[in-house]
Design a protein around this ligand. Structure first.
Ligand code: C2E
Ligand code: MG
Ligand code: MG
Length: 699
């Protein structure tokens, strides 16, 4: 309402009176000595005195003890308003801060000081709190080391604080306060995403603004920024006016994240995609091939004899070889192909976008060629060939995991073909794999279904022609699969772990039977039992052997344990310890199948063997091959020099026996004397023919 100025002096007096009485400010008038001559009701209420009381008091009476009197004194000499903060003390003794505006006035020639007084104690509290929180915010920002931006959307001005510049290596105010300046420095791959997130937050389609992007530093490298922001002001229509936010440097965190991501996807030795990433790429390649009506060839590679290199030359050389091998693989393939390491010495190569399976052929061949060149490690030349299995999608498999399985089967076939070659997958290989699976299934529970028994093959002393013992050989008859030869099921049992129980079974049976034959035929009858590599990982092995020897009262010297090089290949200290304990118990150790595998002579020196068994493959060739005979001769001489007895395996002809006798071989085993026999047949044999020479006449 528009207030007209009062017309008459009485009217004006009434207005004056009302204003003074109703004012929510304290109003007082004092003479130059400070004595109150006028006080309004609000002032009386503020100070807790009545009007009469105040009119007998001075301005100095109301001041708090610690408050100086300077402000009143100054007023007297100054013309304009003088504002001061003054501590006043109420009638009840409480002290509060007031804002006093003093002004000199003259009424009827007399000078006075007119004061308006405001209690500002609450305002001070609020101001203090505000100051505190502002301070806190600025400290927090400083500690967080964040850069702050303040975007005035109406003018387009973006204020950046000092830290915003310095965190990216710029000087303060080095680039102008504008959005384009920010955008100019955002990585080209991130700018669209960053701008879109910003716009969708401002448009209200997303509820928060929280982004990560790369930002160009002064030194032309990119840093990772985490940006967050909030609209802090809107106009009456709700349109955003002001948008404030922070930028944090998350480069270090990003670096760690990338490292972890890299570690999760790449092999740390060869830097090739690891199993996880390789298989992921394989799945993608198959899907793409399906879409484009193309083929994917999967090459499964396994380095030949890598284990041998690793074991004989050490892991360091092994690692260097893997790195060099990975390099060779990388160089042969096209840039679009994936080379991955599945683990150990197994690699895969994914060749996508093929029209016919034949297109993989030149790559496979050049891979093999690459591996025919020597590797040079620590100025030592090494030959390391590879076997490759090839399977093609969708011809050989309906998905990536079947493709991998089939390429693996093809690789096995390549190994069986003599290594250093390749094999394309055929459905026949699948049959092999299925057979393996069926055996694995049937092995489960077969022992408790009594499907196993132990056969015995006589061992003959070549000089005296006497049967001096037997080798225990496991036999399995399964109602579904029929008779399964140990060469087929032992490796699978080894793989599944079933070999531990099977091994126990053979040892128990063999010692029980040996005790009987010792009693009935020959107190020195020996028994040989085969041990698998996996059994060496069984912590109960030694106790189990000891318990069975004691239970059957068989002397440890009459038990021979046969192991193949497979046991020793791991080079594990544990294996060495177990072997040592076994010999300390007085049990004999035999190296089985010598001449196959690596036949490392160093093993004979390193491990405590008593017996060496020359593999059947050498014996069968010895009468036709001069070289084989020479080798056998050398092995026998060397074994005797090392104090080892020699057993010839697989003697089938008189000629072979004669040759072996001539070379000084100690013992023999083979169909010439007898096939492995059941307990009954063996018992009969021992009964009827304790002398092996009579056996020969029967054959
Ligand atoms: P091995 O220990 O080298 O056993 C000798 C193998 O040669 C036996 O085959 C035996 O029947 C065969 N053999 C013996 N003399 C002749 C011969 O004159 N001509 C021919 N052609 N073969 C002959 P088998 O019983 O099939 O066993 C094969 C392999 O399975 C064994 O080779 C051994 O490594 C493994 N094995 C057998 N039983 C066990 C067992 O109880 N535990 C473990 N871990 N492995 C076993
Ligand atoms: Mg054996
Ligand atoms: Mg053997």
């Amino acid at each position: 309402m528009y207030l007209e100025s009062p017309k008459s002096s009485t009217e004006s007096e009434i207005f004056f009176q009302t204003l003074v009485n109703e004012s929510s400010q304290g109003i007082s008038v004092a003479d130059l000595k400070g004595r109150y001559v006028f006080v309004n009701p609000y002032f009386c209420q503020m100070m807790g005195y009545s009007e009469t009381e105040l009119l007998t008091m001075t301005v100095f009476d109301l001041k708090a003890p610690e408050q100086d009197h300077a402000s009143f004194g100054q007023t007297k000499t100054v013309k304009e308003n003088l504002t001061a903060q003054v501590l006043l003390q109420k009638n009840d003794g409480t002290i509060f801060m007031s804002e006093v505006v003093n002004r000199n006035i003259t009424v009827t020639g007399q000078a006075y000081v007119l004061s308006t007084v405001l209690n500002i104690s609450e305002r001070i509290v609020t101001e203090k709190a505000l100051l505190k929180s502002e301070k806190r915010n600025s400290v927090i920002i400083q500690i967080a080391n964040d850069g702050v931006w303040d975007w005035h959307l109406d003018t387009g001005l973006v204020e950046f604080d000092e830290r915003y510049y310095t965190m990216a290596g710029y000087k303060k105010d080095e680039f102008p306060y504008a959005l384009e300046e920010w955008q100019k420095r955002v990585h080209k791959d991130d700018v669209v995403h960053a701008t879109n997130s910003c716009q969708s937050y401002l448009a209200g389609t997303s509820s928060n603004f929280d982004i990560e992007f790369r930002f160009l530093r002064k030194n032309n490298t990119y840093m990772w920024i985490h940006g967050k922001g909030k609209i802090v002001e809107r106009d009456e229509n709700g349109t955003p006016l002001r948008f404030i936010g922070t930028h944090s440097d998350i480069s270090v965190q990003k670096e760690h994240e990338e490292k972890i991501l890299h570690q999760a996807h790449f092999d740390s030795l060869t830097f090739l995609p690891n199993r996880f990433l390789s298989l992921d790429r394989l799945t993608i390649a198959c899907k793409e091939a399906k879409r484009n009506n193309e083929l994917v060839a999967l090459l499964f590679l396994d380095l030949d004899d890598f284990k041998k290199v690793n074991d004989t030359l050490g892991h360091e050389v092994g690692d260097r070889l893997l790195i060099d091998a990975a390099d060779r693989l990388r160089h042969v393939v096209r840039s679009i192909d994936t080379v991955g390491r599945l683990g150990g010495d197994e690699f895969i190569i994914i060749l996508g976008g093929l029209k016919t399976p034949k297109e993989a052929q030149p790559i496979v061949e050049s891979l093999l060629k690459q591996f025919r060149n020597m590797f040079v490690i620590n100025s030592r030349e090494l030959l390391l060939t590879t076997s490759i299995g090839v399977a093609v999608y969708p011809n050989d498999a309906s998905d990536s995991s079947e493709l991998l399985r089939n390429a693996d089967s093809a690789m096995y076939a390549a190994k069986e073909c003599g290594r250093n070659t390749y094999s394309y997958y055929t459905s026949q290989m699948n049959e092999c794999a299925q057979r393996r699976l069926a055996i694995e299934e049937q092995l489960h529970g077969a022992l408790s279904r009594n499907e196993f028994c132990v056969y015995y093959q006589p061992k003959v002393d070549i000089v005296s022609s006497k049967i001096m013992g037997a080798e225990a050989l496991l036999r399995w008859h399964n109602p579904i699969l029929g008779n399964v030869p140990p060469d087929e099921f032992i490796s699978i049992a080894e793989h599944t772990g079933a070999i531990i129980q099977l091994g126990q079974f053979v040892l128990q049976e063999a010692l029980k039977q040996t005790a009987i034959w010792q009693q009935n035929f020959n107190i020195n009858f020996q028994v040989a039992v085969n041990l698998s590599p996996r059994q060496f990982r069984d912590l109960q092995l030694i106790d189990m052997i000891k318990a069975n020897l004691e239970k059957n009262k068989v002397s440890p010297a009459l038990l021979e344990l046969e192991i193949t090089e497979g046991v020793l290949l791991s080079g594990h200290v544990h294996v060495k310890k177990v072997l040592k304990t076994i010999t300390e118990l007085g049990i004999k150790m035999a190296m089985d199948d010598f001449g196959t595998g690596y036949s490392s002579l160093s093993y004979l020196r390193e491990y405590p063997f008593d017996v060496l068994k020359i593999d059947r493959s050498f014996i069968s060739e010895m009468t036709s091959s001069y070289k084989d005979k020479a080798l056998i001769n050398a092995v026998i001489s060397m074994s005797h020099a090392l104090n080892l007895k020699v057993v010839a395996e697989g003697i089938e002809t008189e000629q072979q026996l004669e040759s072996l006798r001539h070379l000084g071989c100690d013992y023999g085993q083979g169909y010439l004397f007898s096939k492995p026999l059941s307990i009954e047949d063996m018992t009969r044999l021992l009964n009827d023919n304790p002398d092996a020479s009579t056996l020969l006449k029967h054959n």
